[in-house]
Design a binder for this molecule. Sequence first.
Ligand SMILES: Cc1cc2nc3c(=O)[nH]c(=O)nc-3n(C[C@H](O)[C@H](O)[C@H](O)COP(=O)(O)OP(=O)(O)OC[C@H]3O[C@@H](n4cnc5c(N)ncnc54)[C@H](O)[C@@H]3O)c2cc1C
Length: 838
Amino acid sequence: MKSHARVVVIGGGVVGVGTLHALVKKGWSDVVLIERNELTSGSTWHAAGLLPLFNMSYSVGQIHKYSVKLYDGLEAETGQNVGFKKVSNIRLARTAERMDEYHYYAGVAETIGIKVNFLTPAQVKDIWPLCQIDGIIGAIQHPDDGYIQSADVTQALAKGARDGGAQIYRKTRVIAIEQKPGGEWLIKTDKGDIACEHLVTATGNFVRQTGEMLGLDIPVIPVEHQYIVTEPHPAIVERQKQGLPEMGVLRESDSSWYMREENGGLLLGPYEKGAPCCYVDGPAENAEYELFQEDLDRLAPHIETAITRVPAFGEVGIKKVYNGAICYSPDGSPIIGPAWGKRNLWLNEGHSFGITAAGGAGWQLAEWIVEGEPTIDMMGVDPRRFGPYASRGYLKRKNEEAYRNVFTLHYPDEERFDARPLKRAPCYDRMKTLGAVFGSVYGWERPGWFAPVGYGFDPQEIKRPDVLTNENHAPVAPGEKVKEIWSFRRSNYFAHVGNECRHVHEKVGLLDMSAFAKYEASGPKAEAWLDSILANRIPKKIGRVGLCHVLSEAGGVRSEFTVYRTGAQSFYLVGPGAFERHDWDTLNKLLPDTTGIRLHKVTTRYGVLVLAGPRSREALQKLTDTDLATANFPWLSGRFINVGIAQAHALRVNFVGELGWELHHPIEMQNTIFDLVMAAGAEFDIKPFGIKAMTSMAIEKSYRLIPRELSIEYSAYESGLDRFVHPNKGQFLGRDALVAGREKGLAWNFVTMEVHGVTDKDSDARGSEPIYAKGKLVGRATNGGFGWRVNKSLALAMVKPEHASNGSELEIKILDKLFKATVIPESPYDPDNNALRA
Ligand SMILES: Cc1cc2nc3c(=O)[nH]c(=O)nc-3n(C[C@H](O)[C@H](O)[C@H](O)COP(=O)(O)OP(=O)(O)OC[C@H]3O[C@@H](n4cnc5c(N)ncnc54)[C@H](O)[C@@H]3O)c2cc1C
């Protein structure tokens, strides 16, 4: 074995080999793969080999698309057949809501460049004559997907990698991993040691053991997954004799299974309820090629619906049932990218559709390792999207939930119920008493909106035939009434969110934002360091507040912070709660190896209550002896104030565009402050409001968000951050690429659009809808919603520069309908920020 390599990849399944291949294609040949047994001996050998392109995530969709294209060309590259059958993939719909899901997805697919067709039931029957079409109202088809021989594609990728110089050590087990003080990795195996600069883990079901070797709790635990293969069926054998095409992959989403032809018979793969987690401590030593005892009881309901839909399935015997481990993460997406807290350690784990994802995952990881950044927005799969809260107990519940929800309707406002509540701000119970309907982010419960007193609806409403209630509307607690009806269209909370927006606009509202991630940077070198990593000028005066971004080397946006200068050498940074681990890791990795800077994460030390609306000053002034008048306390400034007997750093900023203060307070004082503020605000009719109202108001202000219009895929100038980027202040991370990009010409422009003609039966834009000029695709929506203060349906979008000027007449496709849309000036509500400055 070599003693040193530039990169070592652990794991010879399709994902590890795909990464090795991508590194070689990227030009790095001093790369090594270590596999404990034979290539594909993990999960890969027994995969059904399907390559489903369907995915609601913009990141994962692009990864899958890349894989399919790569596999298509592998035979030409390596001379090895990979058994790729482009038989197409049909997903059936039995309800209008399911069709909405397909139409929403079709928008994502179009912006990514994935081809889809809509089929009538009769067209389904033409392609799949063995399929009964009773109750089917339509279907979506991917003509370019199908299935592949998982082992063959892995071997072809291995050949391609070896041809480019990579070395593969089989029958070699990694038993320990160390990082030396200089950063070099030392990989200890049962055949000797090897040192490397970068380490990639792609260890599939062994991920828990890998995590232990690395000292990381990687948020992956596998779940059991079964599929059934039948004996040949005469009708299929006859079709083959006649030379008829394969019928393709059929997915009955509403019954949670897929089916395809297999050796003249059929293969049925269900996503069952009750499938348990497995390998919680990792597989046993001799677990290669391991399959579990099948569980026919769990399969029974799916077999029943499969026979109804495809009677031929019940007419032949079962040849074999496969029950193998399939990796899952809490949200069902893989874990691809840098590990937190360690340099040059890359995770490519947690793949539940690993055959489909391996090519694209390897491609982006290779970009990241070699170039320092990926080329597509990877926030949806970044390992750091989960925090330390995602440990064993949580993972077991959430991963089983993710598995059984593979086929449920993925509403944009879907909230999953398992493992909740986990993190609660102290005011949780108070908010609940006031009617809060909670959503969850990064383990935190946050009020999404408030159901007014007496609010309710007939439970039959969610049993209407076009709403699937299976897993999607479980009560939050036993016996508790469901408060939301999720929808692709305007939902049952739409008008109530509107009332919250109007109330904040006219009076005063209170919002819990304790989930914000918070950090402190201090010390003699803190200012210079922040200045070198942030694109905006650092607030100069104590008490000033600025919005600052960390850019990627290529000038895209990686992180966003509100920076509040608390002292001559101290700064308080506030970032999105969902990206705490990502941002904390980013900051730490940018920290130079010098003394003079102290960096602390203080998220759980401070709660945040946001007081906003024209009466907010009067309410807060009753509680503090600090003069809140603008002359003393202007917009974009902060002060340490007393709030009655309690205290807070009050920051005169907010995300809703009204007069207001964020009160960052010692978390143990939260309920005292909550009660004081509610009592002081009573005479001004203070009411709580939720994240959904905040989001609507933020869109009216054209506020950008990561990972929507702010992303590493767009330069900060393309995202319209000119006001927050100062190339003349001196050197900072990403500056040169940013300037060069502007000189070369921007590829995209951020715009705000008014969407015309949206009615209560329609949907407002949500993000990912395609945008056209005279029928030609010219951009994609990144966010959208109804603006209650401007009384307009709005969309935020990235469009080609020639269509970005105010007044540009465009069209946007929302679900199945085209709407006229006009580019309007930024911040349709209060463009001069008069309310914020008042
Ligand atoms: C029944 C079933 C059907 C499936 N069908 C599909 C499908 O149709 N389409 C699809 O896309 N996906 C499917 N999957 C999922 C797919 O199989 C996995 O996502 C994919 O195989 C994961 O590949 P991997 O390389 O990450 O893991 P693996 O294939 O498990 O590879 C990991 C490798 O790492 C090695 N390893 C681990 N630890 C060490 C160590 N310490 N030292 C050295 N080597 C080590 C292991 O030996 C193993 O070979 C299915 C899964 C199951 C269970």
